[in-house]
Design a protein around this ligand. Structure first.
Ligand code: FE2
Length: 120
């Protein structure tokens, strides 16, 4: 499965998800080219950012061992499967529940960017 492609404006921080494959690098925001986010590449604690999961019967219970402070938090968790991309936008808890199947989990920290792990 190809990983999703997320891009971010280096000036305003707007986040963009590319639909399908990236065909052009010329997309801009605030007059600048967007940067492509590479999961797990930020110099920050892997254990505090990478999404982990438990399988409970037909449910995938996803957590990120991260603080949910006002200025530093996990914004969303996404679960990509062969035919779906499911986003859960978080509030007080870095947790989401999806129907279990194989796929790729993503978590986005407002300070430390994009993190991913695989569900086998
Ligand atoms: Fe963080």
């Amino acid at each position: 499965m190809e990983k999703l492609i997320f891009k971010r404006c280096p000036k305003c921080g707007n986040l963009f998800k590319v639909m399908g494959e990236l065909k052009c690098e010329g997309v801009t925001c605030c007059g600048d080219h967007l940067e492509t986010l590479t999961p797990n590449s930020t110099d920050a604690s892997f254990e505090k950012h990478v999404p982990t999961f438990e399988i409970d019967n037909d449910k995938l219970i996803v957590t990120v061992n991260h603080v949910m402070d006002e200025d530093h938090f996990i914004e969303w968790i996404c679960f990509q499967t062969k035919d779906k991309e499911q986003f859960v936008y978080l509030d007080k808890e870095a947790k989401a529940i999806f129907p279990y199947e194989k796929g790729i989990l993503y978590a986005y920290c407002n300070k430390h960017g994009l993190w991913a792990s695989e569900v086998e």
